[in-house]
Design a protein around this ligand. Sequence first.
Ligand code: LLP
Length: 437
Amino acid sequence: HGTSKINDQGHLEIGGVDATHLVAEYGTPLYVFDEALIRQRCREFVEAFQASGLKFQVAYASKAFCVMAMCRIVEEEGMSLDVVSDGELYTALQAGFPAERIHFHGNNKTVDEIEMAIDAKIGCFVVDNFIELQLLNAIAGDKRQKVKVLLRITPGVEAHTHEYISTGQTDSKFGFDLGNGSAFEAIKEADSLSNLDLLGIHSHIGSQIFEVEGFRMAAEKMAAFAVHVRQETGVTFKVINLGGGFGIRYVDGHTPLPVAVYVEAITDAIKQNFGSNEYPLPEIWVEPGRSIVGDAGTTLYTVGTTKDIPGVRKYVAVDGGMTDNPRPALYESEYEAMLANRAKEQAEEVVSIAGKCCESGDMLIWDLNLPKVKAGDVLAVSCTGAYNYAMASNYNRIRRPGVVFVKDGQSDIVVKRESFDNIIGNDIIPARMKQVS
Ligand code: LLP
């Protein structure tokens, strides 16, 4: 997919660059991003909304993969950016991302984060709860600014996804509940607070969703709520944000639809439900993360040791693992992989790919068909662009891999591999202990 192909040498090539050359130049493990594919995914969203005729914003959910070069791409593609922490906000601002296109999320924004975001004059806060409403109003007042807000609503739509990552049900740590009236209370309160400019409402029903139905239902519920609010209070929303969650194909059996199908379901539901109520059509915002970067990322590893337990299983260990991709251990996520240096060879054996951490749960892939694997082979795991680098850790004091963007035969390092100095850089040996010279 994307610009990936197998070249004449029988090597995997991404963005016109031979994966074995990338390994020689940058070492492994290495995250490789197909820049053209990221841009294509951005454009699929933007063009689908343009086709709807509605006003819109596509905000990339930076939590999926937030580095400065990625912020540049999002900026160049004319999109907005959703951040959920001071660290993501800082990354975006340092990358020169226009503050007015930044949306700030989170269920527990700190005073420092709120001040930083107001000072930067970001575009909007997505307010999660009553305490934040008051806090934000107070801080905005101190700074003599009026801040734009959306209210995060829990619409009670259960998306069909892995239960650890669904956020749409009533029993959720996020948002104002639609069912028990707290969403309605929050609207009235936000409308009464003089330093807040209430733009509208937000919902996010989960992640890695394939069914159109969940998005349609959420759009309908949000529209119905907007109409109800207007009848009862006169408050008119300019914006309805339907969050992210658009699924991607990691392995066979994952069946995402083209992005345009989800967008059309959402925009149709909005048109139908607002048009008939003399309600000015609101802007529609979405926040895709995974579907922008997920399938553009490939992780390259070098194969090291193997352990063959006859009649049971063959373990093949690579030089990374749960430190660069914790998703299999956390969510039992599945991935596909191939040998990048022997991409044309037939599969000969079934192996399971283990990481190098001192922990049995550090497995990347179970039961993978590969040619007969040997030490030094390059394993390419696909679809690692979302929530891999973003969730990477230094467990076992393993250094985080570097990140490379490839495009038109050119590779550029966008995050350096961590150094040993990065590993001990914040360590301090107290003065009362024997010092090292
Ligand atoms: N908007 C909000 C409010 C969100 O909470 C999320 C994801 C998104 C947008 C983007 O969702 P996406 O389009 O990427 O599905 N670490 C998990 C995923 C957690 C998603 C959390 N929120 C994973 O690795 O699968």
